[in-house]
Design a protein around this ligand. Structure first.
Ligand SMILES: Cc1cc2nc3c(=O)[nH]c(=O)nc-3n(C[C@H](O)[C@H](O)[C@H](O)COP(=O)(O)OP(=O)(O)OC[C@H]3O[C@@H](n4cnc5c(N)ncnc54)[C@H](O)[C@@H]3O)c2cc1C
Length: 302
């Protein structure tokens, strides 16, 4: 109920404009968003690298309205990749295809992604393609498979809550495209996604095992302690090497668990969002855990 309310609010443009312009909002977004600028986000990546944690940079923004806006998003990521290379960071970039014009022109979007791939390749980095709502799933996968076959430096996200995901994982394994496995963060109807948490979790475990056995350098992206423990027991039981996959988590969430994985020698990459366009991302984090609302109110009153 609360989850649905936050996801509904995340799509209200008037509230979004008001929140993004509201000066005290910084006080509450800082837990989940690294900063307004690339420089602030890079400082976080450098600090994390000192703690043996990898990162992926997300320049916040989605659903651009013009080809020019899409090109500007692409420019922002080109700058990020140049700085990743210049500073010797083990960072990748995380992009949303609607930020690159997927709603406007599939071809223009592909050209933008190609531009980033070329930069990522020379920087020794990777382009991680986020998965948005189910309206974009097929187009996102098709583009990821095409882009992945051209450069070999693409990873794409798959959501365990979608009924279709087992088939998608098979396709991606055959195409040798690395996958980031998540539960899924959007509001979807039962015809498309499992409505019950236990079914999503069961599907997550099945897909995770498939990826660990047959995938290319998969990313197990979750803060769910039970699922992480299942992954650890599975890799230990089958002798799967610690450097053949990575865990991923979001910046600011379950820092205790993050530290524990690093101490146990596992690879961990944190998703680092930055920029002024933080509203939909922030609302999805509240939707996942309505208890975060208390954290928000507490910080506003400080
Ligand atoms: C690296 C990364 C990339 C992602 N990329 C995408 C993407 O491209 N597309 C997409 O749809 N989704 C994406 N997600 C979000 C994902 O789909 C889930 O919504 C999110 O990870 C919460 O699910 P969970 O697996 O942590 O499990 P849950 O069952 O939701 O949570 C397990 C535990 O984690 C902690 N937790 C989870 N969320 C929060 C929170 N917001 N605040 C505080 N604690 C929390 C709580 O302790 C909770 O009990 C991504 C997640 C990660 C980690």
């Amino acid at each position: 109920m609360m989850r649905g309310a936050f996801l509904f609010l995340s799509r209200q443009p008037a509230l979004r404009r008001w929140m993004e312009a509201w000066p005290p909002s910084h006080k509450v977004t800082r837990r989940f968003v690294a900063g307004d600028t690339l420089e602030e986000a890079l400082a976080v990546c450098a600090r994390l690298q000192g703690e043996r944690v990898f990162s992926t940079l997300d320049h916040l923004g989605e659903n651009v309205r013009t080809i020019e806006e899409a090109a500007a998003s692409c420019d922002a990521y080109v700058s990020a990749l140049e700085q990743i290379a210049a500073r010797g960071l083990s960072s990748t970039i995380a992009i949303k295809l609607t930020q690159f014009g997927l709603d406007l022109s599939a071809q223009a979007c592909l050209e933008n992604v190609r531009r980033l791939e070329a930069k990522a390749k020379t920087a020794g980095s990777r382009v991680e393609i986020d998965m948005e709502s189910s309206a974009y799933t097929e187009r996102t996968l098709a583009l990821a498979i095409q882009a992945g076959s051209e450069c070999g430096c693409v990873r794409v996200c798959v959501q365990a809550y979608l009924h279709r995901s087992a088939g998608d994982i098979e396709r991606l394994n055959v195409a040798a495209v690395p996958v980031r496995l998540v539960k899924g963060a959007y509001r979807e109807p039962p015809s498309v996604a499992f409505p019950r948490k236990q079914d999503v979790d069961a599907n997550y475990v099945a897909l995770m095992k498939n990826l660990l056995d047959h995938g290319v350098y998969p990313a197990i992206a979750t803060h769910d302690e039970k699922l992480i423990q299942e992954a650890i027991e599975y890799v230990q039981g089958r002798g799967i090497r610690q450097d053949s996959f990575e865990f991923q988590m979001l910046y600011g969430i379950r820092r205790d668990l993050q530290r524990r994985l690093i101490e146990q020698g596992y690879r961990l990459r944190l998703y680092i969002p930055y920029g002024t366009d933080w509203y939909p991302y922030f609302m999805r984090r509240l939707a996942e855990r309505p208890a975060n609302l208390w954290f928000v109110l507490k910080n506003l009153l400080k």
